[in-house]
Design a protein around this ligand. Structure first.
Ligand code: NAD
Length: 484
């Protein structure tokens, strides 16, 4: 099964911060893959814009190296690569001054969709938006894409929204959360709302609890300076995990359109109870044989920033009252594994007696690795010897169910960039959603600060601090194994 490619109109994509790490690792390789898939048709172009002192040939070499490093398979087609590079140009530009802006304004074409990707720190968002306006580059056909972090609290997120709103309407602003671009996350919506099977059971009467885990095996690496100012709560929980929670918990939107979906997500965030101090655990990883601890890695011996956070959350509405949502994310954990598990309640009565044991249906949505969806069902263990029950997975791993080519679906950045070009905001966060998410996480962070609470140390390669395990144990539940 080969995925269908829907053509898009010719566009100009301008990458501010085009020589940065994100551009190199994600944006440029994603654009090349879309080019190879035939989606950068006509005269579409990519324009890098940054401070780095490069000429066009130098930038093309930079792009070629980035693709070779982060998508080595794609570069096998040398013809494609050189044709793609011909569409790439570069402008040296200062976001805070006037240098380079006239040249950029002369280069972009006004008669087509223009997407301005702000792949720079949020401190430059206002400068870029204002200069796009001053130099006549913003009109109805232009869009801006902004990266996380979108603020570091409610007040700064509001400021950013206000600054962007001075020159762009909400329908032109694409706040990216690449988790929403993952194939499985969208499939979660297809499974929920495209089948009769799940939705009647999707509530507190039938669902015991829901777990969301985003575990990384690596430490903070080269992002230490940024990370130490953010921590797991701001870097992961406030955006990625809360977005996943919204998609799992929201009411069915009337239509799969941007505002219908985002209205429902917003209602979920508004229905979240404030989190009591005993329902949140924060941790920090320790040195391990050979691997530095968090404080060594960020070179801050007294840092109290968390590299792990776990929360028991409650949604106070008719659907979910009484069903806890357990969320956890952290670095230097056992494995790189992200999943959502919907754990259904026990059958009300077992006709097979106690010896049959306790069995539960679990719907697992795996985000990485091996994206796919699995439903655990209980069956009889084959063979003689009475009624012994076992749990087996009904596995919907895409590669197995749909054929090997199905694993070749576009990655999150490819899909989201193409959605920007098409003008589809469904998988992007609206300004009010982001603000509401900060209003939920701000009091948790402020509570830590007021109480002077330090994170609990945890061993590298573990499942996080024991207190996080206790968060579920004391409710008579347990986390699923973190497994790659
Ligand atoms: P980076 O420091 O590697 O690159 C910054 C880019 O901005 C460079 O191209 C630099 O030339 C340009 N720049 C800086 N100041 C400028 C100015 N005054 N005028 C013009 N250009 C200027 O940063 P990055 O890691 O690529 O991150 C970019 C943004 O994306 C940040 O907001 C970051 O938080 C976010 N982000 C990054 C990652 C990642 O994996 N790197 C992941 C998610 C979000």
């Amino acid at each position: 099964m080969v995925s269908r490619v829907i053509p898009v109109e010719p566009f100009d994509l301008i990458v501010f911060g085009g020589t940065g790490d994100l551009a190199r690792r994600k944006i440029l390789p994603a654009l090349f893959r879309r080019y190879c898939a035939g989606q950068m048709g006509g005269s579409s172009r990519v324009i890098g814009a940054a401070r780095s002192d490069l000429d066009e040939a130098g930038y093309r070499a930079f792009v070629s190296d980035a693709i070779a490093e982060f998508d080595p398979d794609a570069t096998q087609n040398r013809d494609h690569l050189s044709a793609f590079l011909e569409r790439v140009s570069y402008v040296i530009l200062d976001a805070r001054g006037d240098a380079g802006w006239d040249k950029l304004a002369a280069l972009v074409q006004k008669d087509r969709v223009r997407a301005y990707y702000f792949s720079v720190g949020p401190g430059l968002f206002g400068d870029l938006a204002q200069r796009l306006h001053t130099y006549g580059m913003s009109d109805a056909d232009s869009r801006i894409v902004v990266e996380k972090p979108f603020g570091r609290d409610l007040a700064s997120a509001r400021d950013l929204n206000r600054v962007l709103a001075q020159h762009f309407e909400e329908r032109q602003i694409y706040r990216i959360d690449h988790y929403l671009g993952k194939e499985t996350v969208q499939n979660l919506m297809a499974v929920r709302f495209g089948n009769m099977l799940f939705e009647p059971l999707w509530n507190s009467q039938y669902v015991d609890h829901i777990q969301i885990t985003v575990a990384e095996s690596v430490g903070v690496g080269g992002r230490g300076e940024y990370y130490d100012r953010a921590g797991a709560m701001r870097d992961m929980m406030q955006n990625h995990l809360m977005q996943l929670l919204c998609l799992i918990a929201m009411e069915p939107p009337a239509k799969f359109d941007p505002d219908a979906v985002r209205d429902e997500k917003l209602k979920v965030i508004r229905a979240l109870d404030p989190v009591e101090p005993d329902c949140v655990v924060r941790g920090q990883y320790q040195a391990d044989d050979g691997a530095p601890g968090y404080r060594d890695e960020v070179e801050a011996p007294d840092s109290t920033t968390e590299s792990f956070v776990a929360i028991r959350a409650h949604i106070s509405n008719w659907r979910w009252a009484g069903t806890p949502f357990y969320l956890r994310t952290g670095k230097r954990l056992k494995a790189r594994a992200s999943e959502i598990a919907v754990v259904f309640k026990d059958a009300p009565h077992s006709i097979f007696g106690v010896q049959a044991g306790r069995h539960r249906n679990i719907l697992t949505i795996r985000l990485q690795p091996n994206e796919g969806i699995e439903l655990g069902v209980t069956i009889k263990e084959p063979g003689p010897g009475g009624m012994r029950l076992i749990d087996v997975p009904l596995d919907m791993t895409f590669a197995e169910a749909l054929g090997p080519d199905s694993a070749d679906f576009p990655d999150a950045y490819e899909r989201l960039i193409m959605d920007v070009i098409r003008g589809n905001q469904t998988l992007f966060m609206r300004g009010d959603e982001v603000e509401e998410a900060w209003s939920w996480t701000d009091p948790i962070i402020e509570g830590w600060e007021e109480r002077g609470e330090a994170p609990i140390p945890y061993a590298s390669g573990s499942a996080g601090p024991d207190d996080a395990l206790m968060l579920m144990h004391r409710d008579g539940r347990r986390w699923r194994e973190i497994r790659a």
